[in-house]
Design a protein around this ligand. Structure first.
Ligand SMILES: [Fe+2]
Length: 195
């Protein structure tokens, strides 16, 4: 039976059980509702914050998106994500240069273990297979990265692990730079850069 053919008494009785907002929405004619909702942003469109490079970056890293062949100790994990502009549009061909310490908190400052650069694909996506960085004195667990869109400026920053006990004691840590942990301890992060 269609609702409009219900006796008015029953319709009103049904409305009493609804929260006020829902009851009003039922009474309002359909044409009073907005035709389209405001678009939901595809990403958080605040640019990714810059952070210090620190003392351990080495120029001219090899092109490499799998660090597990470097033989560095640590628990294997994958970091994936996308580089987008401030309008949330994916950026193809963006450079990402990652460097990190091994699972024991040690950097390779002589060679290029756990150091490498790669470029985003046509969808703005990147993928790094690596080991989980350890802790070293004064620092919580983190990745370092430089991101540069084609023809754009370099964004130097760091990424952090959520729920890490040492985060709060690290003066460089920022919650906006936390990755999202997905299955099996793998992580994801979207970089938002000015293009
Ligand atoms: Fe570091």
């Amino acid at each position: 039976m269609a609702e409009r053919s219900l006796p008015r008494r029953r319709v009103l009785a049904g409305l009493v059980a609804l929260p006020l907002g829902a009851a009003l929405a039922r009474l309002a004619p359909a044409r009073a509702l907005p035709r389209t909702l405001a678009p939901t942003p595809a990403c958080d469109d605040d640019p990714t914050p810059k952070q210090t490079e620190g003392p351990y970056w080495t120029a001219e890293s090899p092109q490499k998106n799998d660090f597990t062949g470097d033989g560095a100790p640590g628990e294997r994990m994958t970091l994936t994500g996308t580089v987008v502009d401030t309008a949330c549009r994916p950026i193809a061909g963006a450079l990402l240069d990652f460097w990190q310490c091994d699972g024991n908190g040690v950097y390779d400052n002589e060679g290029f273990k756990l150091r490498g650069h790669q470029y985003t694909d046509a969808n703005g996506a990147y993928r790094l297979t690596t080991v989980k960085p350890g802790l070293y004195p004064g620092r919580t667990r983190h990745f370092h990265v430089k991101v540069r869109p084609p023809g754009g400026e370099v964004l130097t920053t760091q990424l952090y692990f959520p729920g890490e006990p040492a985060n709060q004691a690290d003066g460089i840590y920022r919650p906006e730079l936390e990755m999202t942990i997905v299955d099996n301890g793998d992580a994801t992060f979207t970089f938002v850069v000015d293009k």
